[in-house]
Write a protein that binds this ligand. Sequence first.
Ligand code: GTP
Ligand code: MG
Length: 392
Amino acid sequence: MPKTAYVRTKPHLNIGTMGHVDHGKTTLTAAITKVLAGRGTGTFVPFDRIDRAPEEAARGITINIAHVEYETDTRHYAHVDMPGHADYVKNMVTGAAQLDGAILVVSALDGIMPQTAEHVLLARQVGVDHIVVALNKADAVDGEDSELIDLVELEVRDLLTEHGYGGDSAPVVRVSGLRALAGDPRWTASIDALLDAVDTYVPMPERYLDAPFLLPVENVLTITGRGTVVTGAVERGTLRLGDRVEVLGAGAETVVTGIETFGKPMEEAQAGDNVALLLRGVPRDAVRRGHVVVAPGSVAPSRRFTARVYVLSGREGGRTTPVSTGYRPQFYIRTADVVGDVDLGGIALARPGDTVAVTVELGREVPLEPGLGFAVREGGRTVAAGTVTAVL
Ligand SMILES: Nc1nc2c(ncn2[C@@H]2O[C@H](COP(=O)(O)OP(=O)(O)OP(=O)(O)O)[C@@H](O)[C@H]2O)c(=O)[nH]1
Ligand SMILES: [Mg+2]
């Protein structure tokens, strides 16, 4: 049976759940799909299907399983559920880079924890402009603990303000993912309220549909007999079936012979879409996460750039000692993870908490442009965040 094509009827946005480990991100994601399945604009995705490893490709060129899709009355959303564990922050960095808005999940029982703060900081750095707060586990702080939840709300608003998110105006919605998942009407209504807040608070971003096509590769899959598939969110431009593309990093130029979004074929992918692309004649081993699919000849990758970099303080989970010229951390740029040499120019030391101008020489070429945000990591933790000021 031929698969039903994707029909673009509502504006599409990319959102995601972020926050500290165990605060209820995955439970909330499942609850959202359940509530929307009830309205008839989504398919229920149970908890244990969301965190699953993305090894499947049997049903076609499906997308990374950590993404779910659903619709509200006014919008179509792709939702990525980001793990809270510290080891996964690098996924968060690259996952968040494509988010038009985020749902920050904070347990009302625990309040702000280290990854709550780290995720807010990273979201700011990778260009997420709008955060809606889900004050989760509100079912567990009813009654005499209700003052506690008020304090947690104040604390979260302060955290947002500290990172330039306007904590006074951001929606903070008290929810219970667990109780909504169980069908409790009071808490099902809390999910409706959260979705309304997302619909109204997160604006439709500007999409650069006329710019040359660019998609950072998030995942690579093989479909036996059909070829190699790359998945990711289209950063800009438009791609039609049969268009030629260049895979930067793989040194390959080819034709796109299939485009899908959430298992549905499409004729044309646009900026903002979460898609899987079938690439003709490209060997599986040639393409990796971090490569970039572009309109041929539209982008010249480079290795050297100048940037403004903020060195995280120890309190923010960063270093406790300064860095100097010759420092060689990992740079997370779009979906790529590349080593780079840092030159501080005339400055002797950059201390935790400082913002400095640096010159970076990467270990390999990647597409760069002024304004592009990146994270700097070392030994499994984020130590700095920056923005490209010029490409050399
Ligand atoms: N009381 C209560 N418990 C909840 C609620 N939401 C989640 N939990 C519980 O909190 C625990 C963690 O939930 P998850 O959804 O796995 O949390 P997570 O944020 O996805 O965790 P990581 O992906 O590991 O970072 C589970 O035991 C849930 O049952 C809620 O609304 N109320
Ligand atoms: Mg989870």
